[in-house]
Design a protein around this ligand. Structure first.
Ligand SMILES: O=C[C@H](O)COP(=O)(O)O
Length: 264
């Protein structure tokens, strides 16, 4: 049933690249994809720069009529007010963001984001017409105990509480085993499929199979041009949330072009 899902390659820059570097990185990415005659309708390409880069990226994308899209790495659960340092969904929508990452493991770990906070942020994203890329995934201890599926599904259910079917149909879910993030230790394609398939199953139970079949489930964790094709060959993996490798525009373009290079 993967036929109607357009793969998404999203580059999460994390706290890297200032606004000037953002411009040259997005330009190089767009050039690389143009040289390769990339079909954006076949594989969508997004970048998630730091907040301070977004206005520059918006100006470039609009000015050069680029087909790639962009988004933020987080948003506030609040609408506006006395929340020093926070950025609202309204502000991101005004900057032309398509996506916003929600509940990344680094937010959960370093900023103590609970499932309740993540749920509020998912709903705040939808309230502003932003598509949340909901990040879920287990740590090493949970993986060692063999509890990765039940743990991750609990995160999915909690994050989607009170989200109606018409909104959830738009969500993107990124399965990122924490032990594979930035470590070079990529999950096997079978590891990725096990949890991504289970996520789709639970979406079918929580909503219905048509909704579940339309939702894109990404894998994230040490994705590179050399391993992306094998991961993308899995039936329930519809793209990748790429960290480190997305900072190199030529490498990220190769990842987006995974269909054109089958690696051994
Ligand atoms: O958001 C991206 C993930 O955390 C993966 O990061 P990574 O590709 O550097 O392992």
């Amino acid at each position: 049933m993967a036929t109607t899902r357009t793969p998404l390659m999203a580059g999460n820059w994390k706290m890297n690249l200032d606004h000037q570097q953002a411009i040259s990185t997005v330009q190089k990415l767009a050039w690389s994809l143009k040289d390769a005659k990339h079909d954006y309708a076949a594989v969508e390409v997004a970048v998630l720069p730091p907040f301070t880069d977004l206005r520059s990226v918006q100006t470039l994308v609009d000015g050069d009529k680029l087909e790639l899209v962009y988004g933020a790495q987080d948003l506030s659960r609040h609408e506006s007010g006395a929340y020093t340092g926070e950025i609202s969904g309204t502000m991101l929508a005004k900057l032309g963001c398509t996506y916003v990452a929600v509940g990344h493991s680094e937010r959960r770990e370093y900023h103590a984001e609970t499932d309740d906070v993540v749920n509020d942020k998912v709903r705040a994203a939808f309230a502003h017409g932003l598509t949340p890329i909901l990040c879920v995934g287990e740590g090493l201890e949970i993986r060692k105990a063999g509890d990765q599926v039940s743990y991750t599904l609990r995160q999915v259910e909690a994050a989607l509480a009170d989200v109606p079917a018409e909104q959830v149909a738009q969500v993107v879910i990124a399965y990122e085993p924490v032990w594979a993030i930035g470590t070079g230790e990529v999950a096997t394609p079978e590891d990725a499929q096990e949890v991504c398939g289970a996520i789709r199953r639970v979406l079918g139970e929580l909503y219905d199979q048509t909704v579940a079949d339309g939702i894109r489930v990404l894998y994230g964790g040490s994705v590179k041009s050399g391993n992306v094709a094998q991961i993308m060959a899995q039936p329930d993996v519809d793209g990748a949330l790429v960290g480190g490798a997305s900072l190199d525009p030529e490498e990220f373009a190769k990842i987006a072009r995974y269909q054109s290079h089958v690696t051994a």
